[in-house]
Design a protein around this ligand. Structure first.
Ligand SMILES: [Zn+2]
Length: 170
């Protein structure tokens, strides 16, 4: 199985060609849809995913967990729930499982902050509606964030798959 460093190096080395592909796609298919901030959003989401949302967070000890520093304990339940290379390594369910898990982790501090700033309680549905409104307002930013988060995970899964195929061949 490739080490965390091998995964990170591959994913980082493919960021420039992916950015170039986005640029070429923008020029060829949808002229002037992407602006500088779109590339910045994609890059930040991509780097966040490389260092902090690796599929290998399903392991008890891995490079990705170390990147969380003192907060690595937050991923302990995730590695208990998900079997290594199970759902966590699925191309769609894997990234969504980590994003939803992260959202669940962030929900209590977010609600606490809201309560501190606005003592009158706001129903949770209002927060969800605000989020949906934001997504409708900035669809390209949202899609590029998702693409930036998913791409390194897909590369990780592809490398794991390729590696296990190589090992199987006599
Ligand atoms: Zn893996």
């Amino acid at each position: 199985m490739p080490s965390g460093k091998v995964h990170q190096n591959l994913e980082l080395s493919l960021l420039p060609p992916l950015l170039l592909s986005l640029l070429l796609l923008d020029r060829a298919l949808f002229p002037k849809i992407f602006h500088l901030h779109h590339y910045a959003i994609f890059t930040l989401a991509y780097l966040f995913s490389v260092y902090l949302l690796s599929p290998d967070l399903d392991q008890h000890h891995c490079e990705a967990k170390k990147n969380w520093g003192i907060l690595q304990f937050l991923w302990w339940p995730y590695s208990k729930i998900f079997v290594h290379r199970g759902v966590s390594h699925h191309p769609l369910l894997g990234p969504w499982s980590r994003l939803l898990y992260l959202a669940l982790l962030l929900l209590p501090p977010y609600l606490l902050l809201q309560q501190t700033l606005h003592p009158t309680p706001t129903p949770i549905t209002n927060h969800l509606l605000q989020l949906l409104q934001l997504l409708r307002q900035y669809p390209s930013e949202f899609l590029l964030t998702l693409l930036g988060l998913f791409c390194p995970n897909w590369l990780h899964i592809a490398l794991d798959h390729w590696n296990s195929q190589i090992r199987k061949t006599p």
